[in-house]
Design a protein around this ligand. Structure first.
Ligand SMILES: *[C@@H]1O[C@H](CO)[C@@H](O)[C@H](O)[C@H]1NC(C)=O
Ligand SMILES: *[C@@H]1O[C@H](CO)[C@@H](O)[C@H](O)[C@H]1NC(C)=O
Ligand SMILES: *[C@@H]1O[C@H](CO)[C@@H](O)[C@H](O)[C@H]1NC(C)=O
Length: 433
């Protein structure tokens, strides 16, 4: 019993221990509360005294510093040391069944040891043709020594007008990015394209150009065209079938996008390394979102890069609306451009464009271009890097000289004049509109 009382009174006494800390903490709380209220009303800029005020964070000028994207954006800044280096180009040349000889001819006409080349023959071409192409690249002593021409073993089923075309282009860019860290611009050509100037001309003109200009024809899709182009939903069978068939149209239609604007233009582009890195790496979600959106878009190769570049603040002012090609269309334009021949030669030259399309296989006008515009008598369109003897039908390019020396000809003057027009204020005002 006693034991019980003792323990009881002991507990009662023990219970009262909390009273002192309780009143002490109440006192501290009241003091702090009053201080806070007092401080808030007397301080002229009370906001700054609340270090974790979310609103003031958001309002502050450099709130972006707190997020990962600001570090990534810094890597986009390609001005500075890049400008002093001489440029290098990276080409994708693609073709289909029966194109391997044409691709080889186009490759030789645009070849320069400074550049990088990737060749892609699509899945319609038989494996034998792909192997032949790879063997003839391997057999060329210059390609072997310089090691800047690659044939893709993996061939894709590519649908004209479908997203499989973009996927193939992105894959080739990824290969070029991995294989060489030095090139400045990516250019996409097909087997039926041909250059109208030498690489010395082009490299000379680009030496003097800002390394962040993208040549990509673009205009916003507006009016009735929006309904016609953006509402249909197509499916590219090339994404999941192993035999080529045409794009399938679904009966459903979709609403117009509201989180970005749609742009269209030419599927032929010349893009800067920083812009294609932005598209390939995808640390910003926009290029990926737009790629997924374009999966079901008719003629996606004419809109993907255009829509990405014009909806990205860092890049839209770098988009020069020209595809650097001379292309002739019927009047009214049909789906495919006209094949160029002898009668188009003067128009091609007058256009000042560095490339033209499309040409039939071994058309006579290609020989005229070789002779009169490129000076190509042997394998390559020669440049200052070819220092071998040229007499007696010898190939001057069999001896390789300094590839940092260019000898620009009349082609450089034409391209320079074209760029003067393209970089004029009048022209730039039309960017992404
Ligand atoms: C790249 O080049 C090919 C030529 O083979 C063209 O058809 C294609 O649409 C181009 N553009 C893109 C974005 O893939
Ligand atoms: C390089 O650019 C400057 C200024 O834009 C121009 O004056 C000069 O003629 C150009 N040089 C060449 C070789 O194109
Ligand atoms: C190649 O030419 C460039 C420009 O003239 C020069 O700076 C460089 O030293 C040359 N390189 C070699 C290996 O001769």
């Amino acid at each position: 019993m006693r034991k019980y009382v003792n323990s009881h009174s002991g507990r009662a006494f023990g219970d009262r221990i909390w009273v002192i800390p309780f009143f002490a903490s109440v006192l501290i709380f009241i003091t702090l509360f009053l201080t806070a209220i007092f401080g808030l009303f007397t301080s002229p800029n009370g906001e700054e005294q609340l270090p974790f005020d979310i609103i003031s964070f958001a309002k502050s000028e450099d709130s972006s510093e707190y997020f990962v994207e600001s570090d990534l954006k810094k890597s986009l800044d390609t001005s500075g040391e890049w400008e002093t280096r001489l440029p290098r180009l990276a080409y994708l040349i693609s073709g289909t069944k029966g194109d391997s000889h044409r691709m080889m001819r186009t490759l030789q006409a645009v070849y320069h040891p400074r550049n990088q080349y990737v060749l892609h023959l699509d899945l319609e071409a038989p494996p034998r043709e792909r192997l032949e192409l790879a063997v003839s690249v391997k057999a060329d002593p210059t390609f072997r020594e310089v090691d800047n021409v690659r044939v893709m073993a993996q061939s894709n089923l590519v649908t004209y007008k479908g997203p499989t075309m973009i996927a193939c282009t992105l894959q080739a860019i990824a290969i070029l990015l991995k294989e060489s860290s030095e090139w400045d611009w990516f250019i996409n050509l097909s087997a039926s394209d041909y250059p109208l100037v030498t690489q010395d001309d082009l490299l000379h003109v680009f030496s003097n150009m800002s390394r962040n200009l993208n040549f990509i024809e673009q205009m916003q899709i507006t009016g009735w065209k929006l309904n016609q182009r953006a509402k249909p939903i197509i499916i590219d069978p090339g994404l999941y079938l192993s035999k080529k068939s045409d794009i399938a149209w679904t009966t459903q239609r979709r609403s117009l996008p509201t989180s970005f604007k749609l742009f269209t233009g030419s599927a032929w582009v010349m893009l800067t390394r920083s812009f294609v890195e932005y598209c390939i790496w995808g640390w910003d979600n926009l290029p990926r979102t737009i790629l997924m959106y374009y999966t079901n878009f008719i003629s996606s190769p004419e809109g993907y890069f255009q829509t990405v570049i014009c909806n990205t603040e860092e890049f839209r002012h770098t988009a020069i609306s020209h595809d650097l090609h001379y292309i002739a269309w019927d009047n009214p334009p049909k789906q495919h451009p006209l094949s160029l021949s002898m009668k188009d030669f003067d128009k091609m030259v007058k256009s000042k464009a560095p490339f033209a399309r499309k040409f039939a296989k071994n058309d006579a006008v290609l020989d005229k271009i070789d002779k009169e515009l490129l000076g190509r008598t042997g394998r390559f369109a020669p440049g200052a890097w070819c220092i071998g003897r040229a007499d007696g039908g010898a190939d001057p390019c069999s001896v390789r000289g300094n590839d940092s020396v260019f000898s620009p000809g009349p082609g450089a003057k034409r391209v320079q004049e074209l760029f003067q027009t393209l970089l004029s204020e009048d022209f730039l005002r039309k960017q992404c509109t």
